[in-house]
Ligand binder design. Structure first.
Ligand code: PEP
Length: 258
């Protein structure tokens, strides 16, 4: 059975001292929970401090982005090599990067290849916009995003996919559990076609979009959904711990039943 993952995307929130405070608030509660991979993704500037603060704990660290070159004259960018010192995971292709920073499918692909090359575990975000959803184009958009993001990736290995319908991110309008499960099942089918059944069955596919402590249960009880990428609710320690705890309990009950 796939181990579920709950990843917190802190986005452009928290100063360094606030980041340390937040991680200290959630660390103990998270350490008491088993059976879930717990990942936090603070802003770049806080990664080193948070790395120190989670030493010896079960909390794992991710970045929110990276540049695909290893080093050189790319003012303001952060390379895979720099991140690999501190992080295990890296979010790639988040819709906010596609929308506000014009990240194309080609750039996302270069980032995925660069992350895998250095041994970082990518969390690849894909998802359709509202108008695409309303036009019934969800599967077409997702197929194209998978094709372009994974071009030249022979073996996706440690890669996790986060299905994040853009209309659900930060809007308070989460997808239903059934909707998300159906699309994630579709994504798994595409991965099976691109690679193999075994790779598709092993790959974690998360849901993301307005997940909180009140609605996490309806996602993680779905068979295809392996956890969540959480934005806003990951900034409140009690909410984030509750999301992880519910995931652990629901998954433990489901595996007892099966
Ligand atoms: C996200 O940033 O990936 C996200 C899903 O945000 P939110 O949970 O706030 O919708």
């Amino acid at each position: 059975m796939r181990v579920p993952m709950i990843a917190g995307n802190w986005k452009m929130n928290t100063t360094v001292s606030e980041a340390i405070e937040l991680v200290n608030e959630m660390r103990q509660g998270l350490d008491e929970i088993d059976g879930v991979d717990k990942v936090i993704c603070p802003p770049f500037i806080s990664l080193a401090a948070v790395y120190g603060a989670i030493k010896g704990s079960s909390v794992r660290l991710g970045a929110q982005n990276l540049y695909f070159e290893e080093k050189g004259a790319y003012t303001g960018e952060i390379s895979p090599l720099m991140l690999a010192d501190l992080c295990e995971f890296v979010i790639i292709g988040h819709s906010e990067r596609r929308q506000y920073f014009n990240e194309t499918g080609e750039m996302v692909n270069k980032k995925i290849l660069a992350a895998l090359r250095i041994g970082l575990k990518p969390i690849l975000c894909i998802g359709e916009r509202l108008e695409e959803n309303e036009a019934g184009r969800t599967e077409e958009i997702i197929t194209e995003q998978l094709r372009s993001s994974l071009a030249g990736v022979d073996y996706p290995g440690s890669l996790t996919i986060a299905y994040e319908p853009v209309w659900a991110i930060g809007t308070g309008k989460a997808a239903t559990g059934e909707q998300a499960n159906k699309t994630i099942g579709f994504i798994r089918g595409k991965i099976a076609k691109l690679y193999s059944d075994g790779i598709a069955q092993d790959m974690r596919i998360l849901y993301g979009g307005s997940v909180n402590a009140d609605n996490i249960a309806k996602f993680v009880q779905q068979p295809e959904i392996d956890g969540a990428l959480v934005g806003g609710a990951s900034l409140k320690a009690t909410d984030f711990v509750s999301i992880v705890k519910q995931t652990s309990q629901i998954r433990a009950n489901l595996s007892k039943e099966s």
